[in-house]
Structures are given as structure tokens and as C-alpha cells.
Design a protein around this ligand. Structure first.
Ligand code: NAP
Length: 350
């Protein structure tokens, strides 16, 4: 661990991801939270926006224009904002961790195809490492710039990773991912879709084709050739949480123990991926509710040897492992802290 505490600041700290970053960073023994920004709430205390942080900090929000240099700058603004001013942010801190989608893709053409317009700072794209520690641990230990991860992409990549690495996924077939997501994915700006009478109790197909996170997932698996991944997202009755179910056909002749070996090989050194694959009981499969507030990703599967069909599963908290948790894990790797520092607490049950 570095000798002195590092100073960190958070831009966009009034949002849901920003609030989760504050909660995690305030408990981190190696950092001191220096500044938190919000244009709407400048001058107000953190707990006036994030009531669960009352008593945890006396920091007040400042405007972005008042930002001073720090050791690590987290950026948690809507898509497009970081790339528009990346050169400025890089003058404020030697290390940047951007939670938006701005620097997740390496290839400007892939970015333009996914986001419908050219990137504003394409020369910066390959300076960022995709911030999913489970697949990029070594690169994150050596970089000064990390991107965030899409929450739906995180769940999809972690659901698929073990069997792709094990060579069991046929890249000639489309891979269909059914995602159920909670309301906090949409951020804290109220909309007609988030209005309680319209949102409560829904099982609402939200985006069934053409999801932007497909580009991240394809990039993550690109080293073995193109993987044709299709995400279908349904909004369900949760505040936090993503549940991914990936439907695949496996080669003939496999037994459940062959899948077990792939999962063990993939995750034996990953402190935040837990394999959940029980024969009986209520909690046989990953469930997002058990993960709320944590940095864990639970993965598992159900396999039918007779048909060769398998459903690969992953559950996460979209604001935890899907955003702020992975970002703090990136901070730990980038700054020489033990990887799980400030992150290894469990969830709540019941
Ligand atoms: N929600 C999730 O589950 C999730 C998961 C992974 C990644 N992300 C990504 O993380 C980022 C933040 O998401 P969120 O859910 O926290 O969103 P949010 O709740 O809407 O918060 C966005 C923050 O950015 C600030 N902001 C709003 N408009 C801005 C603008 N035009 N320019 C600069 N700042 C602006 C807001 O504060 P002020 O207006 O007060 O300054 C607010 O603090 C997004 O890029 C999102 O895609 C979100």
C-alpha cells in the first residue's frame, strides 16, 4: 500500500453512480476524498443528496470549475461529457477513471457504429484500459487511465467468460442474452418511464435489439474472433440489480463436471466472482437481490446434457460491480493497493 493517502475527487458526484463511489471511497483506508462536484447542488452537503451518507462526511459539492489537482479523478457524468473535455481532466490528475461509456471501446469506428457519431477525442481511446478487473487485471495494474464498464456488459461478459475461455462456445452461432434490470440503471433524472405508477411492478421489454453494450461485449471476446452477441433487456421490479441469462448450445458429450472445470479455471483467482451452482435449495442460482450494495458477481449455469442446451447466469448490482465497485477495484490495481481493499463486504439477507 502507498505510504500516504492518495487524494481523490469525484465529478458527477450527485448521481447514483457518484453516490455509490462516495460510499466506497469514504471507507477506503488508502484515499482521502478531496472534492465532489455537482452543478445543481453546489454548496450543499453530500448527505443532502445522498441521505445514507449522513455522518460519513462533511464534504460539500463544488462546481466542476472549482476542481483542484488530485491524485486520482473519478468521472461519473452522462455519456459524452468526459470525452468533450478529456485533455482538461488529464491536467487535473495523473490517473483518471471514467465511469461513462466514453472510453470503453478501443476502435473509433466501433465507437461511431455503436454510438451513432464520431468520438470527440479518438486519440485517447487506446490510452484507456477497459475497467473490468476480472478480464484485464494485468493491464489495469500498469495504466493511468481506466474506463468504466457497462453494467449489462459486465453481467454478460462474466456470465460467458468461463465457457468462452474453455472453448465451449460456438462462435458461428448468435449468443442471445436475456437481461433483467432494475430502475437505478437509468440514473437519477426523473422521466415518464421512471414515474412510480408507470414503473412499479413492471416486466417491461425495454431494449430487445441493438443495445449499445453489445459493442463492449464483442470487444471483450474479440481475441478469438467475432462473437455475435445480442442483448435483450427487460425492466423489472428492482431498484438495483442485473440478472443475465445467456442461452447457448454446447458441444455433444459434455458432463456438468466439464462446465465446473471451466468455471474453476476461470475464477479461481478472482476475489469477487463466486460460483453459485447448487443442486437443491432455494438459492441454487445467482440472484441480484443478495448482491445489492456489494462488488460481487455471482455466476452459475443450468445444463441439460440430453439436448446440449445451457443457460449461463450472472447477477450483479449495477451500481456496485456494474459501476462504482469495479471502478474502486481498478483504483486498487492502478495504485498498488490490495485488489479487494474497501470492497470485500457481503450483502444483506433476507
Ligand atoms: N446507473 C447505472 O447503473 C450505471 C452503471 C454503469 C455505468 N453508468 C454510467 O455512469 C454515469 C453516471 O450514471 P448515473 O446513473 O450516476 O447518472 P445520474 O444519476 O444521472 O448522474 C449523473 C451525474 O452527472 C451530472 N450531470 C448531469 N448532466 C450533466 C452534464 N450535462 N454535464 C456534466 N455533468 C452532468 C449530474 O450532476 P449535476 O447535474 O448536479 O452536476 C449527476 O451527478 C453515466 O455515464 C452512466 O452511463 C451508470
Amino acid at each position: 500500500m502507498p505510504d500516504e493517502r492518495l487524494s481523490v475527487s469525484v465529478v458527477g458526484a450527485s448521481g447514483y453512480v457518484g453516490g455509490e463511489l462516495l460510499r466506497l471511497l469514504l471507507a477506503h483506508p488508502g484515499v482521502t476524498l478531496r472534492q465532489i462536484t455537482s452543478e445543481r447542488h453546489a454548496g450543499r452537503f453530500a448527505h443532502q443528496v445522498h441521505p445514507h451518507l449522513r455522518g460519513q462526511t462533511t464534504l460539500r459539492f463544488t462546481n466542476r470549475a472549482a476542481l483542484e489537482p488530485c491524485d486520482v479523478l473519478f468521472l461519473a457524468m452522462p455519456h459524452g461529457e468526459t470525452q468533450a473535455a478529456i485533455a482538461h481532466y488529464a491536467t487535473l490528475a495523473p490517473r483518471l477513471i471514467d465511469l461513462s461509456a466514453d472510453f470503453r471501446l478501443r476502435d473509433p469506428a466501433r465507437y461511431a457504429a455503436a454510438y451513432g457519431q464520431p468520438h470527440a477525442a479518438p486519440g485517447w481511446l487506446d490510452r484507456f484500459v477497459y475497467g473490468l478487473p476480472e478480464i484485464n487485471r494485468a493491464a489495469l495494474s500498469e495504466t493511468a487511465y481506466a474506463s468504466g464498464v457497462g453494467c449489462n456488459a459486465t453481467a454478460t461478459i462474466l456470465a460467458l467468460w468461463a465457457l468462452v475461455q474453455g472453448g465451449l462456445i460456438d462462435r458461428a452461432q448468435p449468443v442471445i442474452v436475456d437481461l433483467k434490470v432494475g430502475s437505478s440503471e437509468a440514473g437519477n433524472t426523473p422521466t415518464a418511464a421512471s414515474h412510480h405508477p408507470a414503473r412499479s411492478g413492471v416486466v417491461r421489454p425495454f431494449q430487445l435489439t441493438g443495445h449499445r453494450h453489445e459493442a463492449e461485449v464483442r470487444q471483450a471476446f474479440a481475441s478469438g474472433g467475432e462473437l455475435d452477441v445480442r442483448l435483450a433487456v427487460t425492466s423489472v421490479e428492482m431498484v438495483r440489480g442485473v440478472s443475465a441469462a445467456v442461452h447457448v448450445s454446447l458441444p455433444p458429450g459434455l458432463a456438468d463436471r466439464d462446465l465446473w472445470s471451466c468455471y474453476r479455471a476461470a475464477w479461481k483467482d478472482a476475489p469477487f466472482v463466486r460460483v453459485v451452482h447448487e443442486r437443491d435449495g432455494l438459492h441454487r442460482h445467482p440472484e441480484p437481490r443478495l448482491l445489492a450494495g456489494t462488488n460481487y458477481a455471482d455466476v452459475g449455469w443450468e445444463y441439460d446434457p440430453a439436448s446440449g442446451r445451457a443457460v449461463l447466469l450472472c447477477a450483479i448490482d449495477n451500481l456496485g460491480k456494474g459501476a462504482a465497485g469495479s471502478a474502486v477495484q481498478c483504483l486498487n490495481l492502478m495504485c498498488g493497493f490490495e485488489e479487494s481493499t474497501a470492497l470485500s463486504f457481503g450483502g444483506l439477507y433476507p
